[in-house]
Design a protein around this ligand. Sequence first.
Ligand code: ACM
Ligand code: ZN
Length: 612
Amino acid sequence: MRRSALYLAAALLLAACAKEAGQPAAPQVIPQPEHLQAIGDPFTITRSTPIWIDTPSEEVARTAGMLSERFGKAAGFQLKTAEEFPQSGGIYFMETGGYPQEGYLLRVEPGRIIIEYSSGAGAFYAMQTLLQLLPKEIFSDSPVKGVKWTVPGVDIEDSPRFPYRGMHLDCCLHFFDIPFLQRYIDLMALHKVNRFHWHLTEDQGWRIEIKKYPLLTEKGQWRKETVVGSLSSGIYDGKPHGGFYTQEEIKDLIAYAAARYVTIIPEIEIPGHSLAAISCYPELSCGLEDHYETATRWGIFRQVYCPKEETFKFLEDVFDEVIDLFPSELIHIGGDECPKTSWKQCPHCQALIKKLGLKDEFELQSWFIQRMEKYINSKGRQIIGWDEILQGGLAPNAKVMSWLGEEGGIKAAQQHHEVVMAPYPKYYLDYWQADPDSEPLAMGGPTLLRTMYEYNPVPDVLTYEEQKYIIGVEGCVWTEYMPTPARVEYMAWPRMCAIAESGWSKAPKDWDGFTRRLETHLGRLDLLNVGYCKAFWNPFIDFHKDTEYSKVVTMSVDAPDAEIHYTLDGTTPTAASPLYTGPFAINRQQKVTAVTIRNGKQLGEIKYKEFR
Ligand code: ACM
Ligand code: ZN
């Protein structure tokens, strides 16, 4: 913390003197900054407020331009960058040594706004925080009349808890176009999330143009139809589904993300989840089947890459193009859910196991990944893979993305490998976020907002030394049941706000404080037209199995200062109905119907649940 005791004393004094009248709302920032203190009078930004960039820099000029552009949209005026140092009344971007990577200082004084940083990322995150200190209307895309663009007097010093703050998107189970991905990245940046994990290859579709193997996208992008409902319904829609990203589009998206301090990490799945590629080039498989076709249902498939020279030549060519395109130091190689069925039956695989002196197919998988790691390391890049890359022994330099609960992450950290925590179901945004009885189809769950918020990504069983290997967190968005951008936004937000806060904020968890800030923040997401799930204001009714004749009922609501009132006879509850104060039992004839009330008014939707 770069602050003197003298300065702190002055800040406290100013805070004590803060005027009551005319003060803008108290700051409600997500993710919560490390240090935030009210210090006195606010500052109002007008059309004549200049921006000053003390050390000319293209990066900071771009960030200042984004701030100005936001004013252009929401306020109807842009902010001009001054040619000469304005003595007062401006927004001052000051590059200064000594701040942590991505860290910044933001001080709002009556006469000016000072932003200090040591990197372009710091300046960018200060700008993001400044936007959240302004009235929420700053997020409007059309001019809002009658708003005073006043920022409360605050002193903020902030830097992230983890260097890796990620959000994943599976663009294979369903394809999403580039404008949606840009919007996805904008929302990530608003929450100081800095890694976009782009899932590009799958059994159900290949989405990245590879110039040397054009069939991968000409044919491999397509599946002839898609299962309707869950993977076991047996009913198909009869409609081809496809889509892919050209290398030009990818380059543009990488630049778009980089301007928002988001690194794109491409994922190319090996050795499993590779049926779309195998359907184009069957010689990459163990060759046990007559016909290979891009998958039309969800799940895990036995058709995987066969570890032969032909396959390695193909994969090296693919990774050459991927590495040329993506500047990311990390390259995700998948590694999850690779059945060993084909390898067990394949004469080549069995001979290879013998020749290499391997114990089994798990060690063959490890050998496969280690061979690819060597190749990718030789190009100056590092691999990251899902937990299963631990099977048969971890590749020497691999990082692990822990999704099978925490165990893989713990094991990897104990072996001194870096880990990103992305455990299912706690960080899986494809799980239900409210009662499955009244939600669209999802993967499982529910995983409530509170569960996501309260998850501690650094397991207690790790020693202090081992904990340092946890480099960050990631929220996963698998899109089996998200065929549209609207459904993705519904599932991802606002739960991703909770993961973003776990990735950025060092402060201890404070659910109550989080929900208060989130309620304000949801107003911003409204203005950005994010179609987030509104369960925040609804009652959540949970049944716990008791006897054959009884269930125990618990209820909760995320919104602060809300009461839950309920009936058990099927009638509509009101503020006059019994107040929920704690668990109770119901019999087979009773139906719980609940409403949330704040200040005597209905807050969310009425929800019910029946004995079943
Ligand atoms: C995964 O969810 N299969 C990583
Ligand atoms: Zn084989």
